[in-house]
Design a protein around this ligand. Structure first.
Ligand code: PLP
Length: 393
């Protein structure tokens, strides 16, 4: 995307929300302290020099993080949650009511699908319609007069499929439908859906924004003050699902290196994808940075980088696929993604195992699919490790 100011992003990732003037003048701290207090003293009833009363309504460490995330995501407001799931649930509660119709990408993260089916459909009576949103015409065909929300995720987990955000935003705008985008895989360094026309963006900060596999969190970001107010009210008065101060500090620290980490994640992922594409034991590689990816041109248009996750199909049985995974030394077998260390996931038995087998198959997840959230180690070492593991076959 042409007008993205990388320089400003890199600098703001380090400073915004933590400018020296905003930090304690008494101690001269150069990083934001972790404010653990649950309540704050007033000079006299209802009168205080600060804006804080009770931590559910506001906390200085969380505020610092929200200021930084709003700047990086390119939003007027960002609200930090106790998980990505809490962020998605609260955004959806703010954006739809019983009897509404919601169009959602059939490729969304499986946990989001559970949330939509259980909370929105079963509990609230929202009519959810899943569509193949890689095809913009399918989105348009699904919109009805009572559609209130279009929910997308791009690229997707684990097959790295893309939606055309410009096309989707146009359809949403023309039909008076709100557009929500889960931008967890791309991160704001590589993709900014609000600039393209989304109304709401969510991230699981558990992944790249924190980046060090030691904090669970999420964020809702928007330019729309009515949506922000509704999301905050739900968080503060109804659900209480806010990000605790220690986690806010960890994300505030982790996100400082987001540009550096994403650059290295991408360099490594591209090198691994290029290696796998030529390997005789690999029948298919999913990575938007490959020219063979069916949406490579779209990725070039709408993203500033292709991300750090590669998935691929082995020409192997389930047992052989599991054996190859076990042969890997540098890639830890674990779910999740976005940390500095490389992981390997067997979606069939791990991250997608909660879906019925028929649904997994229909979603394109097979027994021989492997997903690699590539870390920031040396790509030479990572490829050497993959090479020795594939020798098993
Ligand atoms: N969105 C995406 C794309 C994810 O991959 C995940 C988790 O894997 C989530 C949302 C949920 O985030 P959390 O685990 O922080 O609740």
């Amino acid at each position: 995307m042409a007008d993205f100011d990388t320089t400003a992003f890199i600098t703001e990732a380090v400073h915004s929300g933590e400018e020296v003037a905003e930090l304690s003048s008494e101690s001269g701290d150069v990083v934001s302290p972790i404010h653990l207090a649950t309540h704050h003293a007033m000079r006299s009833p209802g009168v205080a020099e600060h804006d804080y009363k009770y931590s559910r309504f506001g906390n200085p460490t969380r505020d610092a993080l929200e200021t930084r995330l709003a700047r990086l995501i390119g939003a007027n407001e960002a609200i930090a949650f106790s998980s990505g799931t809490a962020a998605i649930a609260t955004a959806c509660l703010a954006l739809c009511d019983s009897g509404d119709h919601v169009v959602a990408f059939d490729g969304v993260y499986g946990g989001t699908r559970v949330l939509f089916d259980d909370l929105l459909r079963e509990q609230m009576g929202v009519d959810i319609e899943y569509v193949d949103a890689t095809n913009t015409d399918a989105i348009e065909a699904a919109i009805r007069p009572e559609t209130s929300l279009l929910w997308l995720e791009t690229p997707t987990n684990p097959l790295l499929k893309l939606c055309d955000l410009h096309g989707a935003a146009e359809i949403a705008r023309e039909n008076g439908v709100k557009l929500g985008v889960d931008n967890t895989f791309a991160t704001p360094y590589f993709q900014r859906p609000l600039e393209i026309g989304a109304d709401v963006v969510v991230h699981s900060t558990t992944k790249y924004l924190n980046g060090h596999s030691d904090s669970t969190g999420g964020v809702v970001a928007t330019d729309d003050s009515d949506i922000a107010e509704r999301v905050s009210e739900l968080q503060q008065y109804t659900l209480g699902n806010l990000l605790p101060p220690f986690d806010a500090y960890l994300v505030l620290r982790g996100v400082k290196t987001l540009p550096l980490r994403m650059t290295q994640h991408e360099t490594n992922a591209q090198a691994i994808a290029d290696y796998l594409v030529d390997h005789s034991a690999v029948s298919e590689v999913n990575y938007p940075g490959l020219e063979s990816h069916p949406q490579h041109a779209l990725a070039r248009r709408q993203m500033d980088g292709f991300g750090g996750i590669v998935s691929f199909e082995l020409d192997a049985t389930e047992a052989e696929t599991r054996a190859v995974i076990e042969e890997l030394d540098l890639f830890t077998t674990a779910v999740s993604l976005g940390g500095v260390e490389s992981l390997v996931d067997h979606p069939w038995t791990m991250s997608a195992s909660f879906m019925p087998a028929a649904d997994r198959r229909e979603a394109g997840i097979s027994e021989s699919l492997v997903r690699m959230p590539v870390g920031i180690e040396s790509s030479t070492d990572l490829i050497r490790d993959i090479e020795q593991a594939l020798n098993y076959l």
